[in-house]
Design a protein around this ligand. Structure first.
Ligand code: HPA
Length: 270
């Protein structure tokens, strides 16, 4: 197998030779939240299938393309469709796009997701700023040989979501709640006992994404800001069974507000 770093560089070189505006800000948009790409000016669209060594999306509702251009004055690279561990990708594949963004010059990564609410102060439709994570999948993308050119063997994880970026987001909407996100591998929705355990551990939100990308971004020195859309209350808190279509519907509804927050936030970003 090719060396991981060289596959990242090959993909980044392919993009660098084609892109007009080198991106400074990366966005990874979760379930139902990909419409923002339509607002990108002078978009350059790269289907994942065209990109050397890039994994390809399997989930319905995820488009599977990288859109590069400018959004409200900022040079952005937007991943429409992400890779989930539950799809069978290795975690190195899941975070491959993050390292490609870094190689393109991205310094700030904004991540969005749809998730379940465990903190009973939340309700479906809420948008929550993630301020820390708990890795309840008990694996991570950094396991294996470390390439020091990508990042350190033992990266610090004391500020996975950068406090100054959280403060900027609060300057856009001071009512945004904050919470701790538990990453669960999925693809089944958690049991009620698992949710009780995660709440005791200190989790407020639960979902099947975001943490691998957060770990990789911190590893390679990017600052991360993450928004979680509470599409449902977690198992045992809500009385009805989970329904993926309902999750997508709620994410689509909240996307309108989240897009507005992101657009107001972009000009303020460093
Ligand atoms: N659990 C895990 N992932 C999710 C949920 C949930 O309740 N809702 C949306 N994504």
């Amino acid at each position: 197998m090719d060396n991981y770093k060289s596959t990242i560089d090959a993909c980044a070189d392919y993009l660098k030779s084609r892109i007009i505006t080198p991106p400074e800000i990366g966005l990874i948009l979760g379930t139902g939240l990909g419409q923002l790409a339509d607002q990108i000016e002078n978009p350059q669209i790269f289907p994942y299938s065209e990109l050397p060594h890039f994994p390809t999306s399997t989930v319905v509702g995820h488009k599977g393309q990288l859109v590069i251009g400018t959004l409200h004055g900022k040079a952005v690279a937007m991943l429409q469709g992400r890779f989930h561990y539950y799809e069978g990708y290795s975690l190195k594949e899941v975070v491959f796009p993050v390292y490609v963004l870094k190689a393109l010059g991205v310094k700030t990564l904004i991540v969005t997701n749809a998730c379940g609410g465990m903190n009973t102060a939340y309700q479906p439709g809420d948008i929550v700023l993630i301020n820390d994570f708990i890795n309840t999948a008990f694996t991570n993308p950094l396991i294996g040989p470390n390439d020091d050119e990508l990042g350190p063997r033992f990266p610090d994880m004391s500020e996975p979501y950068k406090k100054s970026l959280i403060d900027l987001a609060l300057s856009v909407d001071k009512h945004l709640p904050q919470g701790v996100y538990c990453w669960f591998s999925g693809p089944y929705y958690e049991t009620a006992a698992e949710i009780r355990a995660f709440r005791i551990l200190g989790g407020d939100l639960v979902g099947m994404s975001t943490v691998p990308e957060t770990i990789a971004a911190n590893h390679c020195g990017m600052s991360v800001l993450a928004f979680a859309v509470v599409t449902n209350m977690a198992t045992g808190i809500q009385t009805v069974k989970h329904d993926h279509h309902r999750v997508v519907q709620m994410a689509n509804l909240a996307a309108i507000r989240l897009e507005k927050i992101l657009i107001d936030l972009l000009p303020k970003l460093p």
